[in-house]
Ligand binder design. Structure first.
Ligand code: ADP
Ligand code: MG
Length: 256
């Protein structure tokens, strides 16, 4: 597989925005009173971009990702996802829209232990109302794409952690999202397995899927093209990553 620099596509300015966030704040309402967590975030991500989000624990990264994923509401400000003002949608419309546009990958894989890998991957299609035969076909296709085609009938406890995360990525892809949101996806993996998972993210990005990935590991952030840093609920840095990964090397070669 080639990861040539031409895969970066046209300049950002000519590409459509997938995420547009302006003056976003988030305050949690707790029994002890309001807890302000995000303070006036401006952020945009265009088609085909790959951003890594870093920052100390408690700086607001997961809160930001939950809002980007339409899993939680902002307090003030504006968020447009694929051109749609998400706060203008009611809950049902928002859920449907979110599931069409976004694939989620979490640190803990979040697979159903009793279901086969195929059924795990097909799950978002159940919610989308897709018929059983098509679900099966699409799930198998996605498992093959992440290199696990022959494990369709296995269960999560029969495969390794890295393989489980690849299943979770296959599940995230099954609705053909244009955006993947990944919160610490390599947090439970060793460095070699992390590299394999990052190779997969990079290949998906080469296909044009936009990615926002939270990590606390600088080595992992190296695979993104853009680095965003949070501190105490502020976005304090947003810069390009000088990435050796984009000179035709695999993640393993870059790390070596
Ligand atoms: P990070 O992912 O960078 O570690 P989080 O977004 O999880 O940061 O948390 C940011 C801050 O918001 C922390 O101080 C955390 O305690 C607080 N927080 C997160 N979720 C909630 C919640 N549901 N209710 C109240 N406070 C929360
Ligand atoms: Mg977090």
């Amino acid at each position: 597989m080639s990861f040539a620099t031409q895969a970066q596509g046209p300049a950002t300015a000519t590409r459509k925005p997938v995420i547009e966030v302006s003056a976003l704040t988030k305050t949690y309402q707790t029994q002890a009173g309001p807890v302000p967590v995000l303070h006036g975030i401006d952020f945009a991500l265009h088609e085909g971009e790959f951003a890594a989000v870093m920052g100390p624990s408690g700086s607001g990264k997961s809160t930001f990702m939950n809002i980007l994923g339409c899993l939680d509401h902002l307090t003030t400000g504006r968020y447009a996802l694929a051109g749609q003002d998400v706060e203008a949608l009611d809950n049902d419309a928002l859920a449907g829209f979110r599931n069409r546009v976004i694939g989620f990958v979490f640190q803990g894989f979040n697979l159903l232990q009793r279901a086969t890998l195929e059924d795990n991957v097909a799950l978002p299609l159940v919610y989308a109302g897709v018929d059983r035969a098509t679900r099966r076909e699409r799930a198998r296709e996605m498992l093959a794409k992440v290199g696990l085609g022959k494990y369709a009938q296995s269960r999560p406890n029969q495969i390794s952690g890295g393989q489980q995360q690849r299943v979770a990525i296959a599940r995230a892809l099954v609705n053909e999202p244009r955006l993947i949101l990944a919160d610490e996806p390599t947090g439970n993996l060793d460095s070699k397995t992390s590299d394999e998972v990052m190779d997969l993210f990079c290949a998906l990005n080469d296909e044009g899927i936009s990615i926002v990935l939270v990590t606390h590991e600088p080595d992992i952030a190296q695979y993104a093209r853009r680095l965003v840093r949070f501190h105490d609920g502020l976005l304090v840095q947003d810069s390009a990553v000088e990435n050796r990964r984009w000179q035709g090397k695999s993640a393993q070669e870059v790390r070596a």
